[in-house]
Design a protein around this ligand. Structure first.
Ligand code: ADP
Length: 249
């Protein structure tokens, strides 16, 4: 589903990502871990197309995407969430979801004047999709609540919901467990597992090792911009090189 091949990204001569290679198999949950500054966020930006690699290739579903703009990669079926949820505070939960899919007919003034029935049908479909996402995430009861009034964990769920609106194949989750209380953390873990059951592929950056151990099929460890090791959660946990990398943080 995803292949990163000898990717390099430099900032002012500093290699944040240094000839890093790994693969993520379809329909798996893969954790991307490593000490602070290991290059994980930069790697997410390179995969999603918000940064361009200086060297190396990124393949998504067998297509070389490293020169593609972020919106084009998103259209191919990649969605991401951010560590700090990017919800629009003055809009309701439902509105936050309905804003996501691009290219709606209503965005075009000609369409909204002369093709109102088509626009209305699309809006209806978009709304039902938003309600399906809310149901999946068990957030229906807050559909009309302003995003500003959600708890930190609910905002994380909404962020996941926004990613799901486009029905992506590959979902990049940036610290879904950060700052979330244990009840919501369980819910987030359950939702990630449900997404896998639906055939989705998930790559997540996470510092919460319990979450990594409980839900991941594979774990990739980065250190100093490089791929350090990968394996099952148990293999990675017992690898002395991983402990050493964290101790050197
Ligand atoms: P992680 O997510 O693993 O903590 P990052 O990808 O955020 O690591 O950062 C990797 C390294 O690259 C860090 O040393 C960071 O300071 C540096 N870095 C990241 N983004 C930039 C940037 N835009 N400009 C300069 N340095 C950056």
């Amino acid at each position: 589903m995803l292949k990163v091949d000898k990717v390099v990204k430099e900032f002012n001569g500093f290699r944040a990502v240094d000839e890093c290679s790994f693969e993520v198999k379809k329909n798996t949950i893969t954790g991307l871990i490593g000490p602070n500054g290991a290059g994980k966020t930069t790697m997410f930006n390179l995969i999603a197309g918000s940064l361009k690699a200086d060297q190396g290739e990124v393949y998504f579903s067998d297509q070389k995407v490293n020169s593609f703009a972020a919106y084009k990669i998103a259209r191919l079926g990649l969605a991401r969430t951010f560590q700090i949820p990017k919800t629009l505070k003055k809009m309701t939960v439902l509105e936050n979801l309905m804003l996501v899919p691009g290219g709606q007919s209503g965005e075009n003034i000609w369409n909204s004047w002369f093709k109102s029935s088509k626009v209305k049908a699309e809006e209806k479909e978009n709304e039902s999709r938003a309600y399906r996402v809310l149901k999946f995430l068990e957030l229906t009861h807050v559909a009309d609540v302003l995003a500003a009034n959600l708890s930190g964990g609910q905002k994380k769920l909404l962020e996941l919901g926004r990613a799901l609106m486009a029905d992506p194949e590959l979902i990049l989750l940036d610290e879904p467990g950060a700052g979330v209380n244990p009840t919501l953390l369980n819910k987030i873990a359950k939702n990630i597992l449900k997404l896998k059951e639906k055939g989705k592929t998930i790559l997540l950056i996470e510092h919460n090792m319990d979450l990594i151990m409980n839900i991941c099929d594979r774990v990739i460890v980065m250190n100093d911009g490089k791929h350090l090791v990968d394996g099952t959660p148990a293999e990675v946990k017992s690898n002395p090189r991983v402990l050493e990398a964290y101790l050197g943080e």
